[in-house]
Design a protein around this ligand. Structure first.
Ligand code: SAH
Length: 672
């Protein structure tokens, strides 16, 4: 059987559906899955184990048999904990077939074959009765179905169904309850991920300010959560306007309702400012007393000793639909609304008593300006990066002449507007700006002289940025588009950027290594079957692939100097032959070589570049500072080399990197 999988194609700038072996999907899902990260989450595992032991004890003390239902068993971990804690029987339900198969093997290997039954079904398909999947209803409900937003993976409908059909009334639940916390903040940095700020352009005839249209100003944006590693956000990047308050909680031991609802809390700002952002996170109490608590609270809320790094649960950033000035001590109301899978927020000033009493129903935000559909949060941040804009303005001023005929190829770019303000008279493709800029709705290869009103292009522009790009080099689509429009260019055309270069550096990650690192045993259970399965999936393609990560969220230390490995000359067309490079890079610092990071630098004009990767190495320890608006490519090495001292360093890592012009892909291989 074959299956179709979506993939970015840099040669066409499109998402394409490729026919893949039926196992491809499985392998991708397993190779990129969060199971390893969860198994490395010691704090989570220890607390689940404590909570499960306590629940089994409570049931036994009542003189009952302990029958466990573990929904979403994954590796079988929580069921094995329950069996070890003395549970009489466990039903371990897992919908994802490869995981259910792995759970069967892991359960057997750990000797729990008689105590745990793995059921490869979605929990809502599970039947109870003499001929059913479960002989009887369970009296302990164990799950780990939470995402960063708590409910985004469907925990509520799953619990609602389980209480109706699969567990006894008055059952024990691990976790027992979840609580969602919020804090109101002002943050120019985070707000820049949601609104387009005015752009200042120093033109020859004075400063001009480009402001976004009012429909964009007033747009409520999209309801999708922005989940980040909030612990990487320095406290200087936001101002706290309120205390941390409890927004809502869910008791998992009682029937759960998943239907849409709203919760409202009163806040008294601790500081005057502009309310823009609701920061949110949750904790789970593993037992009713609340003594076994696992929290996602960020660094300024909890003591550092309680800190556990994890990537499967982070923190949420919610954008209010408009910034709202608040005064210290003047009460405001914050409403959280949720449907089955997501949460959104609204802030209201306290006015008349009546108005406050009325239950507020707030509709889920719908983007009305299109920008929030076209640009994701990092893209907003990138467009608001004044420093970056300055580089484009400087280089545009160098290349534009009053009679330039410009063509811009980039998704949702401000370059045409900038160029217009800087004096370019003839402009094709972009947003409407009087009659000066013409948008051409044609793919570059279908561009005709009719579209261009029989003019030849003297300046070809790109940021380049394309919404389909996942890895840094996917923006090389600009090169393919440039090649496709060659016949429309003047013989001395200026191409901006004139070239791009690919850079590479060997790093040691502070934490990110965990997501791809084997686990061996977890709380005393042998989960090597899972490690082997992940390894097998990672090796499914002969050549391993790099994966995109926003490295400002994942601290790392450089072990080598950054090195330029390939260049792409946009003044020429895409070559027919491979661009290949081989070499070695010296290891300069001791540490663990977890992998290589790769990024692109665009050379806009002579001496002016924009860098999408390493901004600087901030100290002698090698700590790196990354472009906060871009994802970099991470290639994890299959084995990690560790050197305690410089003298036992292997000295160098050799690499071979290959750009295939037919596919636009970059393949790589490293030897330690
Ligand atoms: N319990 C494991 C794995 C948690 S990951 C652990 O704690 O380590 C959550 C798992 O639940 C995933 O494997 C997912 O496929 C599965 N899942 C989610 N909702 C489910 C449902 N309603 N029924 C069955 N499996 C579900």
């Amino acid at each position: 059987m074959k299956t179709f999988c979506g993939r970015a194609n840099p040669t066409t700038g499109a998402m394409e559906w490729l026919e893949e072996d039926e196992n491809y999907d499985y392998h991708q899902e397993i190779a990129r899955s969060r199971y390893a990260d969860m198994l490395h989450d010691k704090d989570r595992n220890v607390k689940y184990y404590q909570g499960i032991r306590a629940a089994v004890r409570r049931v036994k003390e009542r003189g009952e048999k302990a029958i466990v239902l573990d929904i979403g068993t994954g590796t079988g971990l929580l069921s094995m904990m329950a069996a070890s804690a003395g549970a009489d029987f466990c039903y371990a339900v897992e919908v994802f077939k490869p995981m259910a198969n792995a759970a069967v093997k892991i359960v057997e290997k750990n000797g729990f074959r008689d105590k745990i039954k793995v059921i490869n079904k979605h929990s809502t398909e599970v039947t109870v009765g003499p001929d059913g999947d479960m002989e009887c209803r369970a009296n302990i409900l164990v799950t780990e179905l939470f995402d960063t937003e708590l409910i985004g993976e469907g925990a509520l409908p799953t619990y609602e169904h389980a209480h109706k059909y699969l567990v006894q009334e008055g059952c024990e639940a691990v976790p027992h309850r979840a609580t969602v916390y919020v804090q109101l903040v002002e943050s120019k940095r985070m707000w820049s991920w949601n609104k387009l700020f005015p752009v200042h352009v120093e033109a020859e005839d004075g400063e001009k300010i480009i402001v976004s249209p009012s429909e964009m100003e007033n747009c409520p944006g999209v309801p999708s959560v922005c989940d980040i590693q909030l612990n990487q956000m320095p406290s200087s990047d936001f101002t706290i306007l309120s205390d941390v308050v409890t927004m809502f909680s869910v008791d998992f031991s009682k029937p759960v309702r998943s239907a849409s609802t709203c919760y409202r809390v009163q806040l008294e700002p601790v500081k005057s400012g502009k309310a823009q952002i609701v920061l949110s996170w949750w904790d789970i109490d593993m037992d009713p007393s609340g003594m076994i608590n696992c929290t996602m609270a960020p660094y300024w809320v909890k003591s550092t000793s309680a800190f556990q790094w994890r990537d499967h649960w982070m923190q949420c950033v919610y954008f209010l639909s408009n910034e709202e000035p608040v005064l210290q001590g003047e009460k405001v109301y914050l409403t959280a609304c949720r449907d089955e899978y997501s949460v959104w927020y609204k802030l209201q000033k306290a006015r008349g008593e009546e108005e406050n009493k009325a239950a507020v129903r707030v509709e889920s935000p719908v983007c009305s300006c299109q920008a929030h559909l076209l640009w994701n949060r990092p893209r907003f941040g990138q467009l608001n990066d004044q420093n970056r804009t300055r580089q484009y303005i400087k280089s545009l001023m160098k290349v534009l002449k009053t009679d330039s005929v410009c063509l811009c190829i980039s998704d949702g770019s401000l370059l045409p507007v900038l160029a217009h303000y800087l004096g370019a008279k003839q402009f094709f493709k972009a947003n409407h700006l009087e009659d000066k800029i013409k948008i051409i709705e044609a793919r570059p290869e279908l561009l005709t002289s009719f579209h261009l009103e029989d003019k030849k292009i003297s300046v070809l522009l790109g940021e380049p940025f394309f919404t389909t790009s996942l890895l840094p080099w996917h923006n090389l689509y600009f090169w393919y588009a440039r090649t496709a429009v060659t016949s429309h260019l003047t013989s001395n055309v200026t191409v901006l950027p004139q070239s791009a270069s690919l850079h590479m550096m060997i790093v040691e990650f502070q934490d990110l290594w965990r997501i791809r690192s084997p686990c061996g045993t977890c709380e005393g259970f042998d989960v090597q079957t899972m490690d082997d399965m992940i390894k097998n999936s990672l090796n499914f393609r002969e050549s391993k692939e790099a994966e995109p990560h926003p490295l400002w969220e994942y601290p790392c230390k450089s072990l080598s100097d950054p090195q330029e490995v390939l260049t792409f000359d946009f003044r020429k067309t895409v070559p027919q032959h491979f661009l290949s490079t081989e070499g070695s890079v010296n290891l300069l610092r001791k540490g663990k070589s977890h992998g290589a990071v790769l990024w692109m630098e665009y050379h806009l004009a002579a001496d002016i570049s924009v860098n999408t990767g390493l901004l600087q190495i901030s100290n002698e320890k090698g700590n790196c500072e990354w472009n906060p608006h871009c994802k970099q490519a991470v290639y994890f090495f299959s084995s990690v080399i560790e050197s305690e001292t410089l003298s036992d360093l292997p000295g160098a890592v050799t690499y071979a990197i290959n750009f295939n012009p037919k596919t636009g892909d970059i393949a790589m291989d490293f030897k330690l």
